[in-house]
Design a protein around this ligand. Sequence first.
Ligand code: TXA
Ligand code: MG
Length: 326
Amino acid sequence: MRIVTAIEDSIQEAASILKEGGLVAFPTETVYGLGANALDGKAVARIFEAKGRPQFNPLIAHVSDADQAAALVVFNEWAEIAAHHFWPGPLTLILPRKSDCAVNELVSAGLETIAVRVPSHPVALKLLQAAGVPVAAPSANVSGTLSPTTPQHVAEGLGDKVDMILAAGACDVGLESTVLDLSGDVPVVLRPGAVTAEDLSRVLECDVVVEDGDTDKPKSPGMMLKHYAPSIPVRMNAIDLEPGEALLAFGSDQFMGVNGGGAAKDLPETQRRNLSEDGDLNEAAANLFAMLRALDRPEHKAIAVMAVPDQGLGVAINDRLKRAVS
Ligand code: TXA
Ligand code: MG
């Protein structure tokens, strides 16, 4: 495992690792983050693999300034004000994804919105500037354990699963950023943090609703985070197709038949996607949301999904498919 003191050279190297699809743990003012290039779905899938997270929850895209954020999401007046007052800093804004936004759908778990944040830690800022791409980063801990506030915490939890740990001592805040949803009619705090609802209410000059929608905490009914679900039925573990169904394959679909006659491989392009022809779970995770979306069309009776092995990242893929079924 590589713990490297953050200096100019190591930050440049960390930026290169990120650009090449690797994982870098880096300090922010809140907690250490486990970063991957947000434009690279396979790199983002590695985050979930490393954390051993059995679910795909949406991640924060970290950027070096508000302009870079504005290239990804649609800013409204609240967002302009909040960004002006609290960035760089421990505030995450949830805003609608721009139509030409290149962030991989796995980052936002298929949602129409993306979480963006400009951290204030000088090492984080330097790294983001050097990488020049948005960096998806949850806290750099194994799923279900405490968020890390020192490089040693990261090393103990994730060890060799990260390509590099950029070390810069203990984090100042020690608590994850405030998550503020600005995509609706009223500003809603989804996760409390160092920037309080009172701070936000004063600066935005309006009421701010506080709702605990954090997926990290036990869910109470009615307070669950919204998640992407296709508008047509989803059928799992398909071994053949019904007429009118779209196919989401995993591995080879060469010998899959359509009931009543025909072969899946002869379906039109619009009706057939393959999560990974090689049966690679990492690639499948990176493709999952974009492909579900592509097949989610009213002319299809349902989306039939071939079996995905329930191991490694397959657990999170199947979790999401099961939710789409019910
Ligand atoms: O302080 C922090 O925010 C740290 C450092 C590394 O920046 N990061 C962090 O990331 O805590 P994570 O992935 O553990 O938490 C992201 C939070 C989750 O509660 C998630 O549900 C929420 O942000 N979130 C992300 N995207 C969202 C979206 N599109 N809509 C609603 N909530 C979203
Ligand atoms: Mg976390």
